[in-house]
Design a protein around this ligand. Sequence first.
Ligand code: KMH
Ligand code: ZN
Length: 271
Amino acid sequence: MDKLIVTVAGVGAEVTRAVQPNLPISPEEIALDVFACRQAGAAVAHLHARNQDGSPTQNFGVYQQIISEIQRRCDIVIQVSTGGAVGMSVSERVAPLRLQPEMATLTTGTVNFGEDVFLNQPSDIREIAKTLREHGIKPEIEIFDSGMVASAMSLVKQGLLEMPLHFDFVMGVLGGIPGTPRALLWLIDLLPKGATWTVAGIGAAELPLATMAIILGGHVRVGFEDNIYYATGRLAESNAQLVERIVRISRELGREIADPSEARQILGLKR
Ligand code: KMH
Ligand code: ZN
């Protein structure tokens, strides 16, 4: 089994300081948070950006600041969000890709997202996939429901995605696939040959699904984007605390942790 890649998704677009006082917002806060997570064992940083008032943004300059602040401190793999926040246009969402990060996300379908809709029309998905290909960026395909795996395979047929694919199963969004062990096994069954995968369980689903991924040869994403709690009713003190716990569990289960250069090899990143 490969070493475990831990991704930290420490910012997201939806969480606020009102519910999680330790949420990093400014580029410097985000970079310090990512650095602490790197020291705790994270190899990949899934990034979102915020304006000074905490609202989500896909602004090129803000991402540029975040990434340069991170790269001054460590060599963690940078993965930029192209999901942004619900309601953003495709051109807004792809703006940070001009920074040519090593990785970026690509959601291959539309999903209800609580009371909102995370809209990804086929033409929009193709446009984002083309932009990723033009910049030579490795996509992480965000799977919010099972039909999105087949949609990703259709992009392979159209020449817009290259195998082997890397997937992130985002499980437990209200409107998407539930965050249950059986649902994870079902998604794994759908994977094409040679694919790598990670799991981002939402809320209370984060820890049990992460533990399954460690055992089953997948990888793990944790952080405030997906879950703000350490345990029921107890907020996490930091994103690093959530990373530390996964590292501890994985080592206890006999699986070592990938550093960024090992993660690059596992994911086939050409740096
Ligand atoms: N904020 C969600 C609507 C991604 O980063 O690619 C979409 C999202 C997915 O977070
Ligand atoms: Zn995201």
